[in-house]
Design a protein around this ligand. Structure first.
Ligand code: FAD
Length: 325
């Protein structure tokens, strides 16, 4: 029997997020011939996001535009997605394991009376059965789960599932505009004061250069920022660095911070406490720079440099500049 796979194609400020293409990629792994993939785009200005998802091979794009959807508001977004779910009657719903996806997914699962598998990092399709892998105990173990029944809800961790590719052969998706149900909202957002600098989102960055207490000051983050800018990456931090006031808590990576899985993670002056590893140990390549050869970070590092970060980081920047600029 054919099924309908519904993805929430997340956008922010009118722009499609990379995780939307990864969520669509996840749907394409699960789908078999005859299944329908439906992408839901919501926001206050969605023309650009809808156009951006169209060539990636979804069968349908369900679009909803309303001023209430400018910023994420649980009441508004849940009311919006409910209309899309009622219309498409999906068997499987996929969302990014992002701040929005983590809030919305349990509401969707409760509404559909569905089972949920969260924070999925890998999906295998074995003879039509989707097998979802997710990390446990801060990445120390993995479990594989399957659904015994549908509907089913899944959240996927950003930067792990291969994104959908531009499809030259597939027919372009059909776009269905649906009306916002205008629910009464229990809270409204009056204003958003963004701390973001317009730089790359830490959770979506392909390269993360992180500083710890070894960076010693706010000024000490400058060489890390320079290297991150050169590599098109983002700067992160340990809680040690945040607690010491060297940087903002929005940069914290770890158990009580952000979880990142970039292609390259460079840890500078970070000891490698278990709570920090919880947020970065799934990175594809880990490079550690620490002057203590016994620092635990070297146990998870693919490459280790024993040395003073204030010497090593500028040297790396200089060498990368020679090949990149
Ligand atoms: P330190 O442990 O002090 O390490 C500094 C390192 O820098 C040392 O290894 C030192 O050799 C090296 N160093 C110093 N100078 C230089 C230099 N010039 N060049 C090179 N290396 C140098 N931590 C997180 O990171 N994220 C979390 O989300 C988090 N959540 C937590 C939750 C709980 C409930 C608890 C109890 C703790 C949590 N922590 C978290 C804190 C964690 O336990 C560690 O205290 C913290 O990660 C240490 O930060 P650090 O590695 O920067 O500092």
């Amino acid at each position: 029997m054919s099924k309908t796979i519904f993805i929430y194609a997340e956008s922010r400020e009118g722009k499609l997020r990379q995780v939307a293409k990864e969520t669509l990629g996840a749907a394409q792994i699960i789908a078999k011939e005859g299944d329908t993939i439906c992408a839901f785009v919501a926001g206050s200005q969605i023309t650009e996001a809808v156009s951006a998802i169209l060539p990636y091979g979804a069968d349908q794009v369900v679009a909803m535009e309303h001023a209430d959807l400018t910023h994420y508001n649980p009441d508004a977004y849940f009311a919006a997605i409910k209309v899309a779910l009622d219309q498409t009657k999906p068997d499987i719903v996929l969302l990014g394991h992002t701040a929005i996806g983590r809030d919305l997914a349990p509401q969707v699962a409760a509404y559909l009376r569905a089972g949920q598998i969260s924070d999925v990092t890998e999906i295998d399709n074995e003879d039509g059965e989707a097998i979802f892998t997710r990390p446990l105990y801060a990445g120390k173990a993995f479990e594989k789960r399957v659904f015994e029944s549908t509907p089913a809800v899944v959240t996927i961790r950003p930067n792990n599932i291969k994104p959908a590719e531009l499809s030259e052969t597939a027919a372009p998706s059909s776009v269905i505009d649906i009306a916002y149900p205008a629910p009464s909202l229990r809270t409204v957002i009056k204003d958003v004061v963004s701390k973001a600098t317009g730089k790359i989102d830490l959770t979506e960055a392909k390269v993360v250069i992180s500083g710890g207490r070894g960076v010693k000051s706010e000024e000490g983050f400058k060489p890390l920022e320079e290297l991150a800018d050169l590599l098109g990456g983002a700067v992160g931090a340990s809680r040690g660095a945040c607690d010491a006031g060297y940087c903002d808590y929005s940069l914290q990576i770890g158990q009580t911070g952000k979880v990142v899985t970039p292609e390259i993670y460079i840890a500078c002056g970070i000891s490698g406490a278990i709570q920090h590893l919880a947020g970065m140990s799934q990175s594809k390549v880990i490079i550690a720079i620490n002057k203590d050869p016994e620092a635990p970070i070297f146990k998870v590092a693919d490459y280790g440099i024993v040395g003073d970060l204030f010497e090593v980081v500028p040297l790396l920047t200089e060498e990368f500049r020679k090949v990149l600029v």
